[in-house]
Ligand binder design. Structure first.
Ligand code: ATP
Ligand code: MG
Length: 530
């Protein structure tokens, strides 16, 4: 029997997985509980952080900026772009030396094409899979300690040079004794300790941020730190990662989604810091030219990506929580391989239902339903007067197209909304953070792979598909009759800030609008400063 009968694995793997014979699967529940239990101690605020590490962080980043600043002063740069590129490179080098916590932040920025400066995005792309690896001696020692045997007892060969490396663990090509080609992911030796130290600093810093910078409250720094602690502790034990690969593979299979595949973890060779798995060959997610030359429809790649990711979250409450260019590969047949299951988001049933309600009501223009869902997700306090929020924020009125406003009007509008949100005690709920982070990735991915995709048509067709495939569930879980569901994209359009009469909106057009808005707001802020 093939294991493709129960999970979305590649067509032919180096071995066949049997659900009941996965050595590491039985311990994962216990490990996950232990990881959760460790979080409060890690995020306890008020503890004095390690001053040494703080000094190192401030020193490295400060030195990077300092050297750049002096060179700029000396007129060493020929253009503004060259200056930005130099600063970006210095920051990237500093970040690589600071380790996993900072590399992860850089990966988020690298996904924000169009949201962050181009030079920074380009430079930080290296942090997705081209971070310097570890010495082979260190790699060997970790594998041997983890698997409890000599390297030669398991592998015929392990390539000393890493195939790729990001924040937690470089990945090496290898061959098992029977000749099977695999890759082995081996955790960096210092990462567990460093990340825990960084967490203490962040826990100490987070409440200060909220106290000093009121707007920071919207981003909810304490919850951000908590989320980071929860995910990173799980990520540091590869037995949980292997279990995540199997769980996500099963969900994709159950949904009948064939656009995504997951590599097979090895049924035995998985330890805390060592993960042997099937090797995937494909296009780097950024290699749009290569994909086009191979006849791959990159718009289809994006479309399947959006659907599978939303369905996983809304129907099963589980999704890949760390989408970035280094964690995806596109296969020659146009399917996408998901890699790196260190961060796999799991929503409990209440949150998942609220989430489902939020997405469905957004496409039927049901404002009250949407607000109630946001409240249930924890974005607004329980006793919020939803109607007051709707009328305060003028959500029930014809949206104002921001491109028709002057810089001054825009800044005033943003200030008004931020002030109102702070007044209600609004904050980004923890459960939505990974989703938002993935949306930043998706935004940049559309920019590269499908700039001419009509976003409004996509939203409409995805919601129709949802109503058709999951109508029964939508009815029993959130009481909305999908058969009568009228797709009305007014609230989607309002969210994107376009006129309600807009019928088509490509990413390219959206980006042009964003650029215009940013430029006007910046011009206004600068003219005030003068
Ligand atoms: N099964 C695989 N086959 C081929 N290449 C792989 C495989 N798994 C991972 N890689 C490559 O190795 C890189 C690092 O692996 P992975 O993303 O799992 O490490 P990480 O340190 O956890 O990354 P992150 O910083 O995203 O948390 C990936 O970006 C990818 O390029
Ligand atoms: Mg990765």
């Amino acid at each position: 029997m093939s294991d493709c009968d129960w999970a979305a694995f590649t067509d032919r793997g180096p071995w066949v997985l049997h659900q009941d014979q996965l050595a590491w699967m039985s311990v994962t529940e216990r490990l996950r509980a232990a990881a959760r239990a460790e979080v409060p101690a890690l995020t306890e605020p008020g503890r004095v952080p390690r001053l040494g590490r703080m000094a190192v962080v401030v020193g490295r980043l400060g030195a990077a900026v300092g050297v750049w600043w002096v060179r700029k002063r000396l007129g060493r740069f020929e253009s503004a772009e060259a200056s930005k590129a130099d600063l970006s490179r210095r920051l990237r080098l500093a970040i690589e030396r600071l380790g996993a916590t900072y590399i992860k932040l850089a990966q988020i920025i690298s996904s924000g094409e169009g949201l962050f400066p181009t030079e920074l995005v380009e430079e930080f792309k290296r942090c997705r899979d081209r971070v310097p690896a570890e010495d082979f001696d260190v790699v060997r020692r970790t594998i041997e300690a983890d698997l409890g045997c000599r390297l030669g007892d398991v592998f015929a060969h392990v390539e000393p040079e890493a195939l790729a490396a990001a924040s937690i663990a470089p990945v090496h090509r290898a061959r098992l004794l029977d000749g099977t080609a695999v890759v082995v992911k081996v955790q960096r030796p210092e990462v567990a300790r460093l990340v825990r130290t960084d967490l203490k600093i962040m826990s100490w810093l987070a409440p200060h941020l909220v106290g000093r910078i009121p707007v920071a409250a919207l981003a909810n720094p304490p919850a951000l730190v908590e989320l980071f602690a929860e995910t990173i502790v799980e990520e540091l034990d590869f037995r949980m990662e292997a279990a995540n690969m199997v769980d996500v593979g099963k969900v994709l299979h159950d949904l009948g989604r064939h656009g995504y595949v997951v590599p097979r973890p090895h049924p035995e060779l998985v330890g805390r810091r060592t993960l042997v798995m099937e090797r995937i060959d494909g296009f780097n997610f950024d290699d749009v030219d290569g994909m086009h030359a191979a006849g791959i429809d990159t718009e289809a790649v994006i479309r399947t990506g959006m659907v599978a990711f939303m369905e996983g979250a809304l129907i099963h409450g589980i999704f890949h929580g760390d989408l970035h260019g280094g964690n995806l590969m596109v296969l020659a047949d146009g399917r996408t391989a998901l890699l790196d299951f260190g961060i796999t988001a799991r929503l409990d049933d209440d949150r998942r239902r609220a989430f489902l309600r939020m997405m469905i009501t957004a496409t039927t223009n049901d404002l009250t339903g949407q607000m109630a869902a946001l409240r249930d997700l924890g974005a607004l306090p329980r006793d919020t007067d939803l109607q007051a929020v709707i009328s305060d924020l003028r959500l029930d009125q014809e949206p104002i197209d921001p491109t028709t406003l002057t810089g001054e009007e825009m800044v005033a509008e943003v200030q008004r909304v931020v002030k109102a949100l702070l007044g209600y005690g609004a904050r980004l709920p923890k459960e939505l953070m990974l989703y938002v982070k993935n949306m930043v990735f998706l935004d940049g991915a559309i920019a590269r792979l499908a700039p001419d995709l009509d976003l409004l048509a996509e939203v409409a067709s995805i919601s129709m598909m949802f109503a058709q495939r999951h109508g029964e569930r939508i009815m029993t879980e959130i009481g909305i009759d999908a058969a009568r569901m009228q797709v009305d994209l007014d609230s989607v359009k309002a969210g994107l800030g376009v006129d309600l009469s807009t019928e088509r909106l490509t990413y390219r057009e959206l980006q042009a609008r964003r650029d215009l808005i940013q430029k006007r707001m910046r011009a206004h802020v600068e003219s005030n400063r003068r």
